[in-house]
Design a protein around this ligand. Structure first.
Ligand SMILES: [Fe+2]
Ligand SMILES: [Fe+2]
Length: 344
């Protein structure tokens, strides 16, 4: 363990001297350091009571299996592993307002799920060695809580655009499909995690209240300002990418072997068309890639004229070899596409 060999040196200085800083990027450096922590040396973690792991019976699939209405688009593996936490620069009042709101939500979400955000690498190591480190139960609780509200925006926005289309006797230009697809995808994430972890009754009650408030607030705000709602979802998805990235780094470093070795539920294999040996690491990477796609889509939608005749460039494509948004991760724009980059 590096700190045992050089106990007096700050960890970053140590990395630079060892040449690790030059040779690797930030994520690799975190993983190298965390790998030096042996799980047997770690103190007993403070666990969560909000959810429990599923029983063998609950893991079984029922007799009525359905085919997904929205088939998952196949992502290229290189694109999936390339996804990183990226932040769209806050520009103007709308961005500031929505970003601040996401920050408030994130703080309550972190508190509720016993998750500590690290300020820097040293802090990250301190958390990983403390009783507040993440356990499999804490990770799964975090995912169930996140995914239990993540399916709301797409379904509410899709429903409102559907009503708008039939009310105005006009076509919708492809937005409804992408929004319902997003809602379906988020609900699939939830169903996958429910095969691994079940929230307790008080947690369910808390989530029902949260879902009720969020769905109604989103519904009313979407009527007034759809752009604000999409910018808000874009920032929210940035945080989702961040949390799955942190989980992957922990798994990479062997900090939560129970999660790495957990069998991937069949529902996930079917939905993502996975064959052969699949690990939880592969699954979390795919889910993170979905969140990155939602980040791109929602930041782009917030840049479009949603009340006008702009087409949804993710659904209605020009064709040929045009450099334009796609359904997969080709030409991924983490901060969304600007309106003037698109032929609308
Ligand atoms: Fe999700
Ligand atoms: Fe998402």
């Amino acid at each position: 363990m590096l700190q045992h060999i050089y106990p007096h040196k700050p960890i970053l200085q140590l990395l630079i001297e060892l040449g690790i800083n030059r040779a690797t990027d930030a994520t690799d450096r975190i993983v190298i350091i965390l790998k030096s922590l042996h799980s047997t040396d770690l103190p007993i973690a403070i666990n969560t009571n909000m959810a429990r792991l599923t029983t063998e019976k609950e893991k079984q699939d029922g007799p009525f299996l359905t085919q997904p209405i929205f088939q998952h688009v196949k992502f290229e593996h290189e694109d999936v592993i390339d996804i990183r936490y990226e932040h769209r620069e806050v520009n103007g009042f709308r961005d500031q307002l929505t970003y601040n709101f996401v920050e408030i939500l994130k703080s309550s979400y972190d508190l509720m799920t016993g998750y500590q955000d690290a300020k820097d690498l040293e802090d990250r190591i301190r958390i990983a060695k403390s009783p507040n480190r993440m356990t499999i139960e804490k990770w799964l609780t975090r995912f169930v809580v996140l995914e239990s509200v993540a399916g709301i925006p797409g379904s509410v926005a899709g429903f409102l655009r559907h009503l708008r289309s039939i009310r105005s006797f006009k076509r919708d230009m492809g937005f409804i499909d992408t929004l319902y697809d997003e809602a379906f995808n988020e609900r699939m994430h939830l169903l996958i995690f429910l095969k691994m972890s079940q929230p307790t009754k008080p947690t369910k009650a808390l989530l029902w209240v949260g879902q009720g408030i969020f769905a109604n607030m989103f519904f009313m705000t979407y009527i007034v300002s759809p752009k604000t709602c999409h910018r808000f979802v874009g920032y929210l998805e940035e945080e989702a990418v961040g949390t799955y990235t942190r989980c992957l780094e922990d798994m990479d470093a062997g900090l939560c072997p129970e999660l790495v070795n957990y069998p991937v539920p069949n529902i996930a294999k079917d939905y993502y068309h996975l064959e052969g040996e699949v690990t939880m690491y592969d699954l979390i990477q795919l889910i993170r890639a979905d969140e990155a796609k939602h980040r791109e889509v929602n930041h782009t939608f917030a840049n479009l004229e949603l009340e006008g005749d702009d087409r949804n460039p993710f659904a209605l494509q020009i064709g040929g070899n045009c450099h334009e948004p796609t359904k997969d991760l080709r030409w991924h724009h983490a901060a969304g596409w600007e309106r003037d980059e698109l032929i609308l």
